[in-house]
Write a protein that binds this ligand. Structure first.
Ligand code: FAD
Ligand code: NAD
Length: 363
């Protein structure tokens, strides 16, 4: 069903069509919008059902069909940004002529606000689990071959497990395999850096997941837009504990894609030295890229610690957030425990930074 839309939105409702060759089926979606990129398209094929979602600003266009005939597992997606065309290419299992694509399922052809469309989950296989610190691990999940999904910078996914008969869902922010990846990141893999809380509800169960076992992963969600960072001169990142996770892809994106960028500074708050995530990698990156600098602040340091101590404060922030030029455009990103983020935003506002200068990562 198409929800109520205003006149402008109606003109923007996509249309679609399909055609076939002896061996393939192509479903084409004409989005009527430019700049369509691969990460705006999510496609799944599970149990004979094809579900496609194209994200067009605040709306999603949904295709949901029970296919009439069998297809092979690998599904390809092509986007032609300039004309706003998306093609989903399916390989026929049998070399026969299809009379129709299939039977429509719930929500087929709907164009609805992203916030109204609920989540779709697919089963992903745990490929590896490696220690990052004494209580934090890097989990590598593999998407099914028949899924096309890329998590944009600054967005998170939800993991779902059934614990004692109840579905439990928690958000996690994908990172890259490393800060300076030796190999291009494989798009079929999702890396998650997750802290295990011994008394937690979800993470101890996750910790027990064995290599080769499966977990449900949702579509991405989040309010961060790449355009917020595309023209900045100075980028300041304030992270506490696992609040570091959204900074990982953001750092790589900024250093590799933002031409105007002059400085990137990460202020990383942790309890002890042993809690610092990817410390060596951060120091190596700071050594390799002169634009990047990192500072560690510990709230419960050991006696030997000679670096900065304490929690987030106005004086730490005024010392840290300094423009590289008087008129430089800046962005300050913040993420961590809710009280950390709330206090940080308040201190920054008191220091005169506007809401456009600040982005906080929250669910
Ligand atoms: P919980 O059961 O929530 O408990 C967490 C801790 O709080 C435990 O130590 C527990 O003993 C204590 N606790 C629970 N209830 C109480 C209470 N009433 N009083 C006092 N203490 C209590 N985490 C990551 O590790 N990596 C990520 O990439 C990541 N991304 C996130 C992205 C978003 C948008 C958000 C909102 C959160 C993210 N988180 C991330 C946090 C994650 O979603 C979970 O909250 C976290 O994994 C804890 O889940 P849990 O069920 O194991 O613990
Ligand atoms: P932690 O308890 O190890 O604390 C790390 C640091 O945060 C501390 O050293 C301290 O400097 C600061 N801090 C903690 N509590 C504070 C408080 N009450 N006031 C001021 N500063 C405080 O952190 P953790 O266990 O790694 O937790 C990380 C948090 O980040 C979780 O709450 C998680 O939900 C959140 N998180 C959010 C997102 C997101 O919203 N996108 C992503 C990842 C993590």
């Amino acid at each position: 069903k198409t929800k109520e839309l205003d006149a402008t939105s109606k003109e923007l409702i996509p249309s679609d069509d399909w055609f076939q060759t002896d061996s393939s089926i192509t479903v084409t979606i004409y989005t009527k919008q430019k700049d369509i990129i691969s990460e705006l398209v999510i496609v799944d094929y599970q149990d004979g059902k094809l579900r496609g979602e194209i994200i067009l600003k605040d709306y999603s266009y949904i295709l949901n069909v029970e296919l009439s005939y069998a297809i092979q597992e690998d599904v390809a997606v092509h986007t032609t940004g300039k004309v706003g065309k998306v093609e989903i290419i399916l390989k026929k299992k049998d070399n026969i002529t299809w009379k129709n694509l299939g039977q429509p399922l719930e929500g087929h052809h709907s164009f609805i606000r992203c916030t109204d469309r609920g989540f779709h989950y697919r089963k992903c296989k745990l490929i590896s689990k490696t220690d990052v610190t004494h209580n934090t691990k890097l989990f590598c999940l593999m998407l099914p071959q028949s899924t096309h999904l890329q998590v944009p910078v600054g967005q998170h996914i939800y993991l779902k497990q059934i614990i004692a008969g109840t579905e439990i869902v928690k958000p996690y922010t994908p990172v890259s395999s490393s800060l300076i990846p030796e190999l291009p990141n494989l798009t079929a893999h999702i890396f998650l850096m997750i802290k295990i809380y011994p008394n937690g509800l979800f993470t101890p169960e996750l910790d027990h997941l064995q290599i080769g076992e499966y977990i449900y992963v949702s579509n991405p969600e989040g309010s961060f837009k790449k355009s917020q960072v595309q023209t900045v001169d100075d980028l300041f990142l304030l992270a506490a504990g696992t609040g570091f996770t959204p900074m990982v892809k953001l750092l790589s994106y900024a250093l590799n894609n933002v031409c105007s960028l002059r400085i990137v500074k990460l202020m990383f708050f942790n309890k002890t030295e042993g809690d610092i995530l990817w410390r060596n990698k951060l120091e190596e990156l700071a050594f390799q890229d002169k634009r990047f600098d990192v500072e560690f602040i510990l709230s419960e340091p050991e006696k030997e610690w000679t670096g900065k101590q304490g929690k987030i404060s106005s004086s730490l922030l005024s010392e840290f957030v300094k423009r590289s030029k008087d008129d430089s455009k800046l962005l300050i990103c913040i993420c961590g425990p809710a009280p950390f983020t709330e206090q940080g935003i308040r201190f920054l506002q008191d220091l005169g930074y506007s809401s456009e200068d600040i982005h906080s990562f929250t669910a």
